[in-house]
Design a protein around this ligand. Structure first.
Ligand SMILES: [Zn+2]
Length: 407
């Protein structure tokens, strides 16, 4: 089975090449916009053009001549526009009100011809004197390091994003891995810890999968509430009917979104050969949950309901643990130091042993480990269970078995 991930890597870009990269990004965005504009105008039959191969001939040569944009980036710009236009047409088919795609974000899409990956750095096609060489910035034992450096992950295209506030470039690299059944068997009866959130990633697993976007869910909800509010003020019968229909559509969308997220969680458990998925016990965090909006509470519960239901179909059980301090405790098996200063937003840095990892990933590891410890204490044979980690497994006694690398 194929596992897919996105490695998010901070880049160190040499000062004398920052302008080249920014100019490339701006030109890419303008090119993508021109393609989108042309696609939106439509073909001879008046249909929006959503196919890359149909869209490309209209403008490709002009854009290349006028801007000198790298040919692969120009192709990526057509793809980017065609993808956005397909999204618009999909929503049109659901009789949503749509408008032309407008690209405002600081993003450049790199296919594998426009980016090359090396040990510790990449080179990116850009304006100026040759490719830009940018070093990766991440801790050695981070998930990002694993995705970028391990031969087991096959690196594909990437999106380069520029964060204006911090003046920082981030590379979002798609990576994938083919898992064979032998490996699933070898890892045996592992336990998958899952940390759920109401912002950032919806679910993060102890095996290092970052799944779903809670911010997108919240954003869609606010959009829906805003539209509903406007229509309520109108007060007409047709406004009332529209409220019902956008309400139904939002309910369908969010149901479907959580369906996909829960499916990915269960797929992750299957891929790691896990027989148990461990979640936080909501009863123990009732107070924290009651501070959330009704919608977020619903999403939180709905996600566990859907995970439980889908896991059952795969013969996987779902268990819960008390989540107290799972976000403050160091998940390094030889440490376990708990302190509130360990966590700062997304970053977890143990104040005792110095281990650095993503906060949610740290919490997910603790959730799985706590379940195994409880099992061991209660004498129900937890030591034969294993916690699924990114590069190996840890059993209930804390013994680490690295994943056997395949040649
Ligand atoms: Zn520690």
């Amino acid at each position: 089975m194929e596992l897919q991930r996105t490695a998010v890597v901070k880049l160190s870009v040499p000062n004398d090449r920052r302008d080249d990269l920014k100019e490339t990004m701006d030109t890419f965005r303008n090119a993508a916009q021109r393609f989108a504009d042309r696609g939106w105008e439509g073909n001879n039959d008046g249909y929006v053009i959503t196919s890359r191969s149909q869209l490309q001939p209209y403008l490709y040569d002009d854009i290349r001549d006028e801007t000198g944009l790298h040919s692969d980036l120009c192709v990526a710009a057509v793809n980017h526009a065609a993808h956005a236009l397909r999204g618009v047409v999909d929503r049109m088919k659901e009789s949503e009100k749509v408008s032309k795609p407008v690209f405002t974000s600081n993003t450049t899409v790199y296919n594998t011809s426009a980016i090359s990956y090396f040990d510790g750095y990449c080179t990116l096609a850009a304006y100026g004197s040759g490719r830009v060489k940018a070093e990766y910035v991440y801790p050695d034992d981070s998930i990002q390091a694993e995705y970028m450096e391990s031969d087991e992950w096959d690196k594909q295209g990437a999106k380069l994003r520029y964060d204006q506030q911090t003046d920082t470039y981030y590379l979002h690299v798609s990576v994938k891995q083919e898992r064979d059944d032998t490996q699933e068997e070898a890892e045996g009866r592992t336990v998958l810890g899952v940390d759920r959130n109401v912002d950032g990633y919806l679910a993060v697993t102890s095996s290092g999968a970052f799944i779903g976007n809670a911010d997108l869910l919240n954003h869609k909800r606010r959009e829906y509430e805003r539209r509903r509010g406007n229509l309520q003020q109108t007060g007409t019968r047709s406004a009332h009917l529209t409220i019902q229909s956008i309400g139904d559509r939002f309910a369908n969308w969010s149901e479907n979104y959580l369906h996909n997220v829960s499916k990915e969680v269960v797929t992750e458990a299957v891929a790691n050969g896990c027989k148990t998925i461990v979640l936080e016990d909501l009863e123990n965090i009732r107070e924290a949950v009651s501070n959330l909006s009704k919608f977020q509470q619903w999403a939180f519960r709905e996600l566990s309901r859907k995970i439980t239901y889908k896991a059952k179909a795969e013969g996987i059980t779902v268990e819960v643990v008390n989540p107290a301090y799972t976000s403050q405790q160091c998940s390094h098996t030889e440490c376990g130091f708990t302190h509130e200063d360990n966590r700062d937003g997304d970053e977890f840095v143990c104040q005792k042993c110095g281990k650095e990892l993503h906060s949610d990933y740290n919490a997910a590891r603790n959730i799985a480990a706590r379940y195994l410890r409880n099992r061991r204490k209660s004498g129900s044979g937890g030591a034969t269970n294993h916690l699924a980690l990114k590069s190996g497994t840890v059993n209930g006694s804390g013994d680490f078995t690295p994943t056997v690398s395949r040649g």
